[in-house]
Design a protein around this ligand. Structure first.
Ligand code: C5P
Length: 231
């Protein structure tokens, strides 16, 4: 039997009315909400507060990547919004990730700080294109170790990579996995995908699911069906 994981729904919309309409159909009993760059850019802290008042936990997916001082201050500001999860790109380096952690420690709340290894839209070819020539597994392992060294709480990675990286990370690490699809044939722009059950079996604690729910004919029903499948 698979063990339980939490679902965060990626609402990658730029329209506040559509966002609210979608959120009204969901229940905080079954999911949290992931607010990314598109939505935060249009909705800002006011939207975060609106979603929190509906009872949802929030994963603020802004993937900070900048000089350490800027990331420290950005993480501090994000933590003070009262969200549950914040993230940074591991490609920003250890000093940058430590600064992010420091920013959170000096805030009024204690959200989890998560490092992003490689985007699940990358494959070997697209990595070579940006000058990363080792194997995809080597890159991910190196970044995962840096995330641990920086004292972060967990990582975002493809569920496919968990087996490989779990050996080198603490047991209580949080594994957040996007790139979830209900069927292997439905990939959109994701290249390295798993189904919800496969991801949980691999060790995922949090499933980030966007289009398979938000673009389905009945988001409410699709969410409930996934929730029931992974109990
Ligand atoms: O619609 P879909 O399920 O592909 O959405 C995946 C979400 O996870 C998007 O919001 C995307 O930005 C995010 N994400 C990702 N790969 C990562 C980190 C985050 O796809 N490595």
């Amino acid at each position: 039997m698979t063990k339980k994981a939490k679902i965060f729904i990626a609402i990658d919309l730029q329209n506040l009315d559509q966002t609210k309409e979608l959120i009204y159909k969901l229940s905080p009993k079954y999911c949290g909400i992931k607010v990314g760059k598109e939505l935060f850019t249009v909705g800002g802290p006011k939207l975060i507060e609106w979603i929190q008042k509906k009872g949802f936990e929030i994963f603020l997916d802004l993937k900070f990547h900048d000089i350490p001082n800027t990331v420290r201050n950005a993480c501090h500001a994000a933590a003070n919004l009262g969200v549950s999860i914040i993230n940074v790109h591991a490609l920003g380096g250890i000093d940058m990730m430590k600064a992010g952690k420091d920013g959170i420690e000096n805030s009024n709340f204690s959200p989890k700080l998560i490092g992003v290894t490689l985007l699940t839209s990358h494959d070997q070819n697209s990595l070579a294109e940006i000058g990363l020539h080792g194997s995809i597994n080597e890159q991910i392992l190196r970044l995962a170790k840096n995330i641990k060294t920086s004292g972060l709480d967990g990582i975002v990675c493809s569920a496919i990579d968990i087996v490989n990286i779990k050996k080198t990370l603490p047991n209580n690490f949080i594994y957040i996995t996007p790139g979830i699809r209900l069927e292997h044939s439905l990939k959109d722009d994701q290249k390295r995908i798993m189904t919800p059950q496969e991801a949980i079996k691999a060790g995922s604690n949090i499933l980030v699911i966007g289009r398979p729910i938000t673009k389905s004919n009945n988001p409410e029903k699709t969410l409930l069906s996934i929730y029931n499948q992974i109990q």
